[in-house]
Design a binder for this molecule. Structure first.
Ligand code: NAP
Length: 294
């Protein structure tokens, strides 16, 4: 079995790395906050003290980090994993970043003699735990084919989409739908409540209509229960919508709806809701409309 390294054991990376360990791959992990590595140690993983140590012990290094700054900090510099003299290792980055960031990372990887795939995921913490993520891959096809075993330990749907940056572009397009669905659900629920409707039957109407999606169904649950514990932290969706806007600028694509949604998530984050689930945009809209919530 390939020796796998995993860097970034947050809400998503933790369960994804656990599935690598359960898949029988010898695993070395690193997380900035070392406490999050303990559940992996319990599954038999070795816990490294530095990112470079992960690479020294692995043939494939997976990253699942917040953003491009975290990637730069983990990959580059003397303690970064790319510093490890190790030709022909493979880096699979599963974070949601911009296509331009994926290409920047690939150039750094290639300069260090590594191959790289951008391989962001669809699905939140539930599919991450179940090993049922969708994985959208950019990079060289042969490298993707050679990593099917590792990717299949984390995901049930693998998509090869084209050259470097194709996976992250697909991910941003998918999250555009997620952000817009969440924003429109929040507005519909606030409008209903302000007009005097009880939200439980309103939620039932939406859930039993043709408009429902798995996402909307779950987020109605969050709103009705007043439960905003993060499955997908709002700060990460705010980051993603910003990346969509940047990508629109680069490719000359008008994104009028996404522009409004970005303002909404900016305000929600500024209001202190960044660590809560993205469903917390409902709380912001409720407050703006003078609606008392949980
Ligand atoms: P998270 O729980 O906030 O975890 C973020 C990870 O990045 C943690 O391991 C964190 O380390 C690390 N990190 C952040 N800044 C760092 C830095 N400067 N140096 C080193 N490590 C750093 O986030 P998540 O929900 O797992 O998301 C990870 C990525 O997946 C994001 O790009 C997100 O957009 C994407 N994503 C999330 C979901 C979801 O539903 N949650 C779904 C699909 C994709 P510490 O533990 O030390 O803070």
């Amino acid at each position: 079995m390939k020796r796998v390294g995993f860097i970034g054991l947050g809400l998503m990376g933790g369960p994804m790395a656990a599935n690598i360990a359960r898949g029988g791959f010898p695993l070395t992990v690193f997380n900035r906050d070392a406490a999050k590595a303990e559940p992996l140690r319990a599954l038999g993983a070795r816990v490294a003290a530095r990112p470079a140590e992960v690479a020294a012990e692995s043939e494939v290094v997976i990253t699942m980090l917040s953003d491009v700054n975290a990637l730069r900090q983990m990959a580059n510099g003397p303690q970064g994993f790319l510093a490890t003299a190790a030709p022909s290792k493979v880096w699979i980055d599963m974070s949601t970043v911009a296509p331009a960031h994926s290409r920047e990372m690939a150039a750094a990887a290639n300069a260090a003699g590594w191959h790289m795939l951008d391989a962001p995921v669809s699905g939140s913490t539930g599919p991450a735990k179940e090993g049922k993520l969708g994985i959208m891959v950019g990079g060289e096809r042969e490298i993707f084919e050679a990593q099917r075993d590792v990717l299949s330990a984390m995901g049930s749907h693998l998509y090869y989409l084209g050259p470097q940056g194709s996976g992250t572009l697909a991910k941003l397009c998918l999250n555009l739908l997620v952000a817009a669905q969440m924003a429109s659900l929040a507005e519909a629920m606030v409008l209903a409540a302000k007009g005097g409707l009880d939200l439980a039957p309103m939620g039932q109407v939406i859930r039993e209509s043709g408009v429902v999606s798995a996402l909307i169904d779950r987020k109605i649950g969050n709103i009705l229960e007043g439960n905003y514990a993060a499955a997908f932290p709002l700060k990460h969706m705010h980051k993603d919508v910003g990346l969509m806007i940047d990508q629109g600028h680069l490719s000359g694509t008008a994104l009028p709806l996404t522009g409004s949604v970005h303002q909404l998530f900016t305000a929600a984050r500024a209001r202190g809701l960044g660590e809560e689930d993205l469903a917390a945009v409902f709380k912001l809209l409720a407050e703006l409309s003078g609606l008392v919530t949980h």
